[in-house]
Design a protein around this ligand. Structure first.
Ligand SMILES: Cc1cc2nc3c(=O)[nH]c(=O)nc-3n(C[C@H](O)[C@H](O)[C@H](O)COP(=O)(O)O)c2cc1C
Length: 391
């Protein structure tokens, strides 16, 4: 089966697993320590059902939402996933094209292969940039200057991994810088010739575009990667946030906020939006499941700024449930990454089309012609047992 014929995100997931050497697929899937967060994120939606209103005219359905003065055709965007270009050469440009065609935002990771300038040119008005702040504030300042000059309007500052993560699968596989690959890992990689051919044709290990300009002169891809690792993760505080707010002229979004008090402090610091997230389970296994933190964060900012959400979305119905729980917008990480890995441009397009179609059908099925109207009144507990703790 080709990616373009996949019926759902789970099929793209299987195709992506088949295409990638295990070390790279593990790098997409891996969580930290006991790796419970990813499956908990995915399972969190099962706690809810959508209560339908029947005999409603749902001939015309509208899934569009406004955010930061722009109207997007769908209630979801493509979130930042670092190193996408290692999993599939050109992945970020493909995801950007998918976003433009679908009229949704694409957040380019600060750990991506292409430069923000290159991708901004391909996705005018649709590109957001995710900043991994550097230990050297001058680098962060220059990155912000470049990104603003490229026309990016929204900066996403990820705050949920101040210290290095403990992703045991990646450490065991040797996927940490510098790469130290065991022969068994290399042999397994040889059984995925599609990926190897693309990788070699593209020139081997790619360079991290955002960071190449700051690494010592003459640095190759591995040295740029090491330089990135010297600067990120970095510890940032509310004082640093003040500086980012002063330096960044556009909309500033914090990604990874889960605590209502942090949300209120972000609001006071002049932040324009929040993404409630546990980094798809890749930062720290014991962070809360974001679907369950959403309502309290939403309450804390009382509608003053948009509260967005990511974590575990594999179906259009997951997007509807997050929306009903208060998400002003939603992002997917792995869903579109599986698509682009599995089938390049066609796979990225397919992932977004699957979610678009499922959102549209879902709105029709529950008798809610406009996603803007979807709120907690459309939710019901999945089982009587969950009723007690149900908000
Ligand atoms: C391979 C991979 C790389 C990621 N890289 C980044 C990153 O560079 N910056 C960031 O803020 N989040 C990153 N994330 C987290 C995603 O932006 C998002 O929070 C998460 O994937 C959402 O969960 P989901 O994958 O279940 O949709 C990454 C996730 C994956 C799977």
């Amino acid at each position: 089966m080709s990616a373009a014929k996949a019926l759902n995100i789970a099929e793209l997931h299987r195709l992506a697993r088949r295409r990638l050497p295990r070390i790279l697929f593990d790098c997409i899937e891996s969580g930290t320590e006991n790796e419970t967060a990813l499956s908990a994120n995915e399972a969190s939606f099962a706690r809810y059902r959508l209560m339908p209103r029947h005999l409603v005219d749902v001939t015309r359905r509208d899934a569009s939402l406004s955010l930061f003065g722009r109207r997007y055709a769908q209630p979801f965007g493509i979130g930042p996933t670092g190193f996408a270009g290692l999993f599939r050469p050109g992945a970020d440009a493909m995801l950007a094209r998918t976003a433009v065609a679908a009229d949704i935002p694409f957040v380019l990771s600060g750990a991506s292969v292409p430069t923000p300038e290159t991708i901004a040119a391909q996705a005018p008005g649709r590109l957001w940039y995710h900043l991994y702040a550097a230990k050297d504030p001058a680098i962060s300042a220059d990155l912000m200057r470049r990104v603003a000059a490229a026309g990016v309007e929204v900066l996403v500052l990820t705050v949920d991994n101040p210290v290095p993560t403990k992703r045991e699968r990646d450490i065991r596989n040797g996927f940490s810088l510098p790469l130290r690959l065991k022969p068994s890992i290399l042999l397994e990689a040889l059984t995925h010739p599609g990926w190897i051919i693309d990788y070699l044709r593209d020139g081997g290990l790619p360079t991290m575009g955002s960071w190449a300009a700051y690494a010592p002169a003459g640095s190759g891809p591995a040295e740029v990667g090491q330089f990135f690792r010297q600067h990120s993760p970095s510890i940032q505080t509310w004082d640093d946030l003040k500086r980012f707010r002063e330096q960044w002229p556009g909309k500033l979004v914090l990604k990874g906020i889960q605590r209502p008090e942090d949300a209120r402090m972000a609001l006071a610091a002049g932040v324009d939006g929040l993404i409630v997230s546990n980094h798809g389970g890749k930062a720290y296994d014991m962070l809360p499941i974001p679907l369950f933190s959403l309502a309290a964060v939403k309450d804390a900012v009382a509608g003053r700024i948009p509260v967005m959400f990511d974590g575990g979305i594999r179906r259009g119905s997951d997007i509807l449930i997050a929306r009903a729980l208060g998400a002003d917008f939603v992002f997917v990480g792995r869903a579109t990454l599986y698509g682009v890995v599995a089938g390049g441009q066609a796979g990225a397009d397919r992932a977004v089309e699957i979610l678009r179609d499922e959102v549209d059908r879902g709105l029709g099925m529950i008798g809610c012609p406009s996603i803007a109207a979807l709120d907690a009144r459309w939710l019901t507990p999945a089982t009587p047992a969950s009723q007690e703790s149900f908000a």
